[in-house]
Design a protein around this ligand. Structure first.
Ligand code: AP5
Ligand code: MG
Ligand code: ZN
Length: 212
């Protein structure tokens, strides 16, 4: 199964991708997670990506396309994958199509998580993420079992630096300009499934799973 999660910042792409990854035993590939890890480790990639991320801008296409191209070659991708946060521009979508053409594979579904903007703001402002494995929690909607501690790995929960108010509005603007056109792109290919995501996490998950 090869899936793409589309949706605005804070729509719940990562949350649903993690649940799908656990249920279907296929990797969740999040370009945001990969980039944040690189920033944390201070690698060359991280140093390059940081200023873009902290200002709510997209990291240049050639950089993220390279990341995904490498990652899709890993052994664990043989039975499928879930892309979370990629593609995010038409150039990235074209690049993905070319990669898949080369290995004679195709995408099964593109899930577009639709969430109202006021709900998005609530989700982002209350998000806390695990410092080690990046699992997302929420101070009201998705509490960890133990306060401040990740259920999956015991890591510390922190607020992402790009979840500050000014950065959030920039991310939403960039989303509308650069990423929203992908909705049409995938609709025209008959791959898009719209998921009304103004609901609780498990309801959304059920809706997504009903397509598999
Ligand atoms: P990235 O990490 O991908 O951020 P994003 O797209 O802005 O999306 P988020 O991770 O903020 O939201 P999400 O949809 O995953 O929501 P989540 O499940 O956490 O990218 C960050 C940056 O990296 C970009 O700005 C860019 O600079 C760079 N980058 C990454 N990919 C790139 C690319 N392809 N090209 C160029 N640059 C790239 O949920 C949010 C919160 O809501 C959580 O607290 C969660 O617990 C809660 N929640 C989830 N679902 C529900 C629900 N149903 N009800 C209530 N609360 C919920
Ligand atoms: Mg995410
Ligand atoms: Zn963790």
């Amino acid at each position: 199964m090869r899936l793409i999660m589309l949706g605005a910042p804070g729509a719940g792409k990562g949350t649903q991708a993690k649940k799908l990854s656990d249920k279907y035993n296929i990797p969740k590939i999040s370009t945001g997670d990969i980039l944040r890890e690189a920033v944390q480790q201070g690698t060359e990639l991280g140093i390059k990506a940081r200023t873009f991320m902290d200002s709510g801008q997209l990291v240049p296409d050639d950089v993220v396309i390279g990341i995904v191209e490498d990652r899709l070659k890993w052994d664990d991708c043989r039975n499928g994958w879930i892309l979370d946060g990629f593609p995010r521009t038409l150039q990235q979508a074209y690049a993905l199509d070319r990669m898949l053409e080369r290995i004679k594979m195709s995408v099964d579904y593109v899930f577009n998580l639709e969430v109202d903007e006021d709900e998005i703001i609530k989700r982002l402002s209350g998000r806390r993420s695990c410092e080690s494995c990046q699992t997302a929690y929420h101070i009201h909607f998705n509490l960890p079992k133990k306060k401040g501690i990740c259920n999956s790995c015991g890591g510390r929960l922190i607020q992402r630096s790009d979840d500050r108010e000014e950065t959030v509005s920039e991310r939403l603007k960039v989303y509308k300009e650069r990423t929203e056109p992908l909705i049409n792109y995938y609709m025209e290919q008959g791959l898009l499934k719209k998921i009304d995501s103004n609901e609780d996490i498990n309801k959304i998950f059920e809706k997504i799973c009903s397509y598999m």
